[in-house]
Unconditional design. Structure first.
Length: 357
């Protein structure tokens, strides 16, 4: 039986944080999380190494709230640059596929800079060049709500991209930055996939055919993204089961469905969570209801979020999450070549089709 250490493991959307630290975003239950809330300590790094993680697309910059989007995003990039400098023995900033390959060879963890909301572009397409220069490699067009680029998954009108959103897709293509359609509305996703000159991705999602919730993608969306050379990452989130209580078995089922729809060369993982587990689950549950209520009141929550839905899969978390996924995929009958693709090679191949060498 193999383990995650036998593979290149790339989390297409995840985090580096010790959520048990007193001021961490998870411990504090903050609605708006910033990079300054993160705790990258010895445990964070040790857990990441032990998990087999090779690289992770982290969320930085503006996602929601009252902070000035562009200025806050530039500050967040500075914060992450400092975090990586301070932990250079363990972390490396990723700009190219070679950086990920070298990180694995060096025993370090690659950090991919990504946005979960494109609103920081503002009305200035020149900012895309600035983000590119600063090392941003992934831009998700929308969060759950609508923005000036297009409709998110919870926008009832499902209008697709705006005219300016189409220009932003073109600008991201010009700079060889990934266009991520996670959280997007169905028409936004379909339109962006059709007009993009380069393959696009859905870095963290589930399959709506298995759980009919807006944060999951229809087979039409999955198939179109894959058919154009793109990538789909399956998350470890409650939306994988309409009960709100997703299990490791649900993760495997969604991966299997995505493979059946997209083909085995286009599916990977984007957990939407860190490696280090929350130790005090009872305490966390007590504050969760307030956090979900705040998201709902702010209009940024998603259908399927409830006071009793943990934002992770309880039996597929922590240091063993990737090792356990390997075991479950082997149990499913997947050969090592397919597991290798799902764990990271498909993301790496997709990145090679989009990023500069």
């Amino acid at each position: 039986m193999s383990s995650a250490h036998d593979y290149t493991v790339i989390n297409a959307l995840g985090g580096l944080d010790n959520p048990n630290a007193p001021h961490s975003s998870a411990a504090a239950g903050k609605l708006v999380q910033t990079s300054e809330d993160l705790t990258i300590d010895a445990r964070t790094l040790a857990d990441a190494h032990a998990s087999g993680l090779t690289a992770v697309n982290i969320t930085l910059g503006y996602t929601m709230g009252d902070l000035p989007p562009y200025e806050h995003t530039l500050h967040e990039i500075e914060v992450w640059d400092a975090l990586i400098r301070d932990n250079a023995a363990d972390l490396v900033k990723v700009r190219t596929v070679t950086d990920i390959q070298q990180a694995r060879a060096d025993g370090r963890i690659g950090v991919i800079y990504g946005f979960q909301n494109g609103v920081a572009v503002g009305d200035d397409l020149g900012r895309i060049e600035t983000f590119d220069r600063l090392g941003v490699r992934v831009v998700q067009l929308t969060y759950n709500q609508a923005n000036h680029l297009g409709d998110g998954s919870m926008a009832p009108e499902n209008r697709g991209l705006t005219p300016f959103g189409r220009q932003v897709v073109e600008g991201l293509n010009d700079r060889r930055i990934m266009v991520d359609l996670s959280h997007s509305g169905e028409n936004t996703c379909l339109e962006a996939a059709r007009i993009s000159r380069q393959p696009v991705s859905i870095n963290h999602t589930g399959c709506r055919a298995l759980a009919d919730l807006p944060r999951n993608k229809t087979d039409q969306e999955l198939r179109l993204v894959a058919s154009r050379g793109g990538f789909v990452g399956i998350y470890f989130m409650p939306f994988l089961n309409t009960s709100g209580h997703a299990s490791a078995a649900d993760v495997v089922e969604h991966i299997a469905h995505a493979v059946n729809v997209c083909g085995e060369d286009h599916v990977g993982i984007g957990t939407d969570g860190p490696v280090t587990s929350i130790d005090d689950l009872d305490g966390y549950r007590e504050q969760l209801a307030e956090h979900v209520a705040l998201r709902s009141a702010a209009g940024v929550g998603a259908a399927g979020e409830r006071s009793d839905t943990l934002p992770f899969v309880i039996d597929l978390r922590g240091v063993d999450q990737f090792h356990e996924l390997v075991r479950l995929l082997e149990q499913r009958g997947y050969r090592s070549e397919r597991i290798e693709k799902i764990l990271g090679r498909n993301f790496l191949d997709y990145a090679a089709r989009v990023w500069r060498p």
